[in-house]
Design a protein around this ligand. Sequence first.
Ligand code: NAD
Length: 365
Amino acid sequence: MKIAVLPGDGIGTEIVAEAVKVLNVLDLKFEMETALVGGAAYEAHGHPLPEATLKLAKEADAVLFGAVGDWKYDKLERALRPEQAILGLRKNLGLFANFRPAICYEQLVAASSLKPELISGLDILIIRELTGDIYFGAPRGRRTAVDGHFPGAEEAFDTMRYSRPEIERIAHVAFQAARKRSKRVTSVDKANVLETFQFWKDVVTEVGKEYPDVELDHMYVDNAAMQLVKAPKKFDVVVTGNMFGDILSDEAAMLTGSIGMLPSASLNASNQGLYEPSHGSAPDIAGKGIANPLATILSAAMMLRFSLNQASAADRIESAVKDVLASGLRTADIHSDGTTKVGTKQMGDAVVSALTTITKKTTKS
Ligand code: NAD
């Protein structure tokens, strides 16, 4: 099991170190190799995704990714900005399906900005298409920008585009995921205004006929944004395009209390995947040792389940995280009265210790 470890920038290095610590106490053998990505790679090699990093990622069974970016790179031309590393990895590895589970842990109900009854027991899965839509349509790159801006320009535009195979493959992923859950898919579009999303809706409906056991409904994105805060538990699997998925998955993230809790997986057709927390590099808290490592640790659990075929190890990590939360330990972002505030390293250590206890019990039984 070969894992490419790409910590990146800001809190990326701090949180990935904790996830690696957790993986290392599992009774499994991994080959882990670390490489630079994002701003750190730009500083060292002049490019956010150097050839050697891309090669390592391509050869690995899975990539464990921290986060990239810093405001200090905002003036760089777009192709050299740290965030381009993620787009490059998605494109080169063919990662088209982004899984973002939004699960509200019982112990963190109070950390949500919504009423407890709305989010208690919440467990939804947002599946975002990653390789198409307005982020990749022409005329990307044809404009002449100065320092990333368009002084004196009269207009700027991007093109929204989806092909039938792109929609079909993500729809299949969503229906198959729903089969393992409560067999409901909500496809989110803007078919009332955008041709691209009328096409999306038509193709998802066609694919849905192959899954008669799964209930499919369609919702406009503006309504979905509203329903996510009004009655989030109405959803189970939500499938949508790249841009709507980007926005809705962050909204769903906040339902659960903190973005520091939410893992994500991006998979290609052969289940090779990139696993990363849903948040960014958090330059505002980088280097302070206070970032929440749980989203990254839970991303490592997703990696074990989806790319490395080690579901029981994934279950053990998830149980360890629950045990640590139950014991009252909290990083600053999820801290509330009556709980104990800890830093990044202490949180990682606590998960390691809970995991070791769980593994011992499992081995005995
Ligand atoms: P962010 O997610 O980095 O931070 C948003 C807020 O959440 C900040 O207040 C931050 O302190 C807090 N936060 C994030 N992760 C946390 C954690 N684990 N524990 C505790 N608090 C946490 O988003 P941003 O501030 O908009 O962006 C910062 C940089 O990250 C930018 O350069 C952006 O482009 C980049 N970014 C990268 C990715 C990625 O690598 N996949 C994703 C989003 C943003």
